[in-house]
Structures are given as structure tokens and as C-alpha cells.
Design a protein around this ligand. Structure first.
Ligand SMILES: C[S@@+](CC[C@H](N)C(=O)[O-])C[C@H]1O[C@@H](n2cnc3c(N)ncnc32)[C@H](O)[C@@H]1O
Length: 368
């Protein structure tokens, strides 16, 4: 069979070549996105308030005019990838110029707005995060338990954060920016927090999500438990309903009506998750002062593999990418509902309820 003078076999091979090259060079997409953020392009377009031409963009970026062509090519790929839209500006036919505007994706990168995912996008390509990928082949052939992160940096991720305050900050800001997305749905979660007077956010980082929850449910009392180096500079939390506590979730979790884990389970192996969940279970069935045993719940916010929304290609691919990120940087993994259920049963819980809440994430309530 011939098409345009080429055999179908050849057409398929050339398509496969493009497929290989696209994946081999995918880092260009990550780096171009990071560069646009570093240059402040989304904010400049936002401030401009109408479609911006390349010469105006170059001038607003205060770049040398001879960089115009480079900026145009950067914008062309980012527009192709859905970060900007371009429109023909209404000038005389022969002078028509492209004007660039924001899309839903670049609006989420604005540094002046919340949610702002720029810190996450920069953290994802930080050299510390990239180094383990360069040793991954080696790591596979080594007969040892440690992670590729450890092979690259000589220490597990959390220890590395402890001894590298600058990267610790990049990591925590990246996670906090991810948590800002919760702002879009936290008010709709009334049912989840009904009857909850006290909440511990385990591994709660900078307290971003705790603050969002308190904003929507101000009568709650919230404790953010995280490693000492994460919460050391946040003793009071700035609100009488929010306190930060340095500690180790493997040793002890303070008792509360609800114990929340956001983006925690996927950091750890099954054995480690069972240990953490058992500590969480102890914390929600602790004796009250009056001798009455009160049973609360564990709230997990994380990714569930194979959920309905996985029909969307971007979401499925991102969940599988998260899974490998967890394998390379930590000892963890993403899990299917059945794999979660097994963890809950092994940790002594009796039932659970999964609510898919937003894109990549689900909310799982787990009961003792
Ligand atoms: C992936 S981050 C999630 C942060 C936050 N929950 C969020 O979603 O934005 C994992 C968090 O777990 C914390 N962590 C790691 N080991 C811990 C431990 N043994 N006890 C308490 N927190 C821990 C880390 O410091 C980090 O803040």
C-alpha cells in the first residue's frame, strides 16, 4: 500500500520516530516552562491586560531587542503546548501581528494570584530533583534498598532537606503551592469536616492547607505536625486555632477528631504506610478525659490509580509520572483503590469512603 509515494510501513516508522524524539526531548517542555516563569512572562501578560505582541513583551521583559526572535520561538512552543493563546491583532492586513494571551494553565502560574503553581513547576526541575534520574540506570542494577535520590545525594530526601535549608525552602514552597489548589474546593467539603472539632494535618509542611481549612471552618482547632526542620520557624502559627508541632509521625501523632494526610501515603512503602496509619488510628480512638472512647476518622488526600477521571490522558499520565517520582525520590508509590483498601485493613480500619475531588486527587475518609 502506498500513500504519497511512501509505504504504510515507512509512514508508521516515521511516526514512531517522532514519538521517540518527542519523549526523548520532553525535558525541553519542562525547561521552557520554567524559563517562562523565571522571566515572569505570565505576570507580564496579565499586567498588560490585552493581547501582547512580541516587541511589547520583549520591552516589558527588559530584554535586549535582538532576543525578540528567541522570545517568539519560546512563545510559539508554549502556545502549542496550551500555556498561551495567540490571536491576530487588528491591524492592516499586511502588518497583522500575533498577540499573546493567558490560558487557564498560565493563569495558574501568576505569582500575584492564588492558586499559584509556579513554585511547584520550578521545584520539579530543581537540580536536586533531577540528579536522581541521571543515576537511575545504575540504581536498578545495584542490589540495595536505598532510593535513587540517596544514590545521587548520599542521604534520603527528608534528611537532605534537613541539612540543605535552601532546598528545604524550595521543596516546602513547591508543596505549599500545590496545596493552594485546595482553596478551590475546601468550602465544598463541609460534609467532611462536620462534627470535627480538632484536626491534625500530618506532614502538613508550611500549614498552607491548614490555613485554607481554617479560613472555611474557623471554629476548628488545627495542629500541623511535621519534621522539626520544617516547622522550626513557625511556633505559634499566627492564629490561636493553629499550632505547629515538630515531631515524627512514626513515633506519635497527637489525638484529634480527624487526622489528615495530604500527599503523604505515596511517599512511603506499604509497610511504612501501615505503621503511619496505625499511629493515625491510635490518635482518633484515644480515650477522652471523661473515659469515653471517641472514634474519629482519618482523611487522606492523594492520588488513586485507575479512578474514573483516568480516562483523561493528561491525568492518567501525570498519575503514572507521580508514581515514578515517588519511586525515585522516596520509597513510595501511587496506589489503586484495592491497594489502599489492603493498607486500611492491615492497619485495623473497618471501612472507607473515596470521593474523587479534583483532577489528580481523591479524598479518602477512613474509619476505625
Ligand atoms: C510530600 S510533602 C507533603 C506536604 C503537605 N502535606 C502538602 O501536601 O503540601 C511530605 C511532608 O511530610 C513530611 N514528613 C516526612 N517525614 C515525616 C515524619 N517522619 N513525620 C512528620 N512529617 C514528615 C515532610 O517534611 C513533608 O513536609
Amino acid at each position: 500500500m502506498e500513500a504519497n509515494g511512501k509505504s504504510e510501513g515507512a509512514i508508521e516508522m516515521f511516526r514512531a520516530q517522532a514519538h521517540i524524539y518527542k519523549h526523548a526531548c520532553n525535558y525541553v517542555n519542562s525547561m521552557v516552562l520554567a524559563t517562562a516563569i523565571q522571566l515572569n512572562i505570565p505576570d507580564i501578560i496579565h499586567t498588560h491586560g490585552k493581547p501582547i505582541t512580541i516587541p511589547k513583551l520583549v520591552s516589558a521583559l527588559k530584554l535586549p531587542p535582538h532576543k525578540s526572535n528567541a522570545v517568539y520561538r519560546l512563545m510559539r512552543l508554549l502556545t502549542h503546548n496550551g500555556f498561551f493563546d495567540s490571536t491576530k491583532l487588528n491591524k492592516a492586513e499586511e502588518e497583522k501581528e500575533d498577540g499573546y494571551v493567558l490560558t487557564a494553565s498560565s493563569r495558574l502560574l501568576l505569582k500575584t494570584q492564588i492558586p499559584n503553581l509556579s513554585p511547584f513547576a520550578l521545584f520539579a526541575v530543581h537540580p536536586v530533583m533531577l540528579a536522581p534520574w541521571k543515576v537511575l540506570g545504575d540504581w536498578f542494577s545495584r542490589n540495595e534498598e536505598s532510593t535513587a535520590f540517596e544514590t545521587a545525594h548520599g542521604a534520603p530526601l527528608w534528611e537532605f532537606c534537613d541539612s540543605n535549608p535552601k532546598f528545604n525552602n524550595v521543596f516546602n514552597e513547591g508543596m505549599a503551592s500545590d496545596s493552594q489548589m485546595m482553596r478551590l474546593i475546601v468550602k465544598d467539603c463541609g460534609r467532611v469536616f462536620e462534627g470535627v472539632g480538632t484536626l491534625v494535618d500530618v506532614g502538613g509542611g508550611t500549614g498552607m492547607i491548614a490555613k485554607l481549612i481554617l479560613g472555611a471552618f474557623p471554629s476548628l482547632k488545627c495542629t500541623v505536625l511535621d519534621l522539626p526542620h520544617v516547622v522550626a520557624d513557625k511556633p505559634g502559627g499566627g492564629s490561636e486555632n493553629l499550632r505547629f508541632l515538630g515531631g515524627d509521625m512514626f513515633h506519635s501523632i497527637p489525638s484529634a477528631d480527624a487526622i489528615m494526610f495530604k500527599h503523604i501515603m505515596h511517599d512511603w512503602s506499604d509497610e511504612e504506610c501501615v505503621k503511619i496509619l496505625k499511629k493515625g488510628r491510635e490518635a482518633i480512638i484515644a480515650d477522652k478525659n471523661d473515659g469515653v472512647k471517641k472514634k474519629g476518622k482519618v482523611i487522606i488526600i492523594g492520588t488513586v490509580l485507575g479512578a474514573e477521571e483516568d480516562n483523561e490522558t493528561d491525568i492518567t499520565e501525570m498519575k503514572l509520572i507521580f508514581d515514578l517520582l515517588m519511586m525515585v525520590h522516596n520509597t513510595g508509590r501511587e496506589r489503586t483503590e484495592m491497594e489502599y483498601e489492603k493498607l486500611f485493613t492491615e492497619s485495623g480500619f473497618t471501612h472507607y469512603k473515596i470521593t474523587p475531588i479534583f483532577g489528580l486527587m481523591s479524598l479518602i475518609e477512613v474509619f476505625p
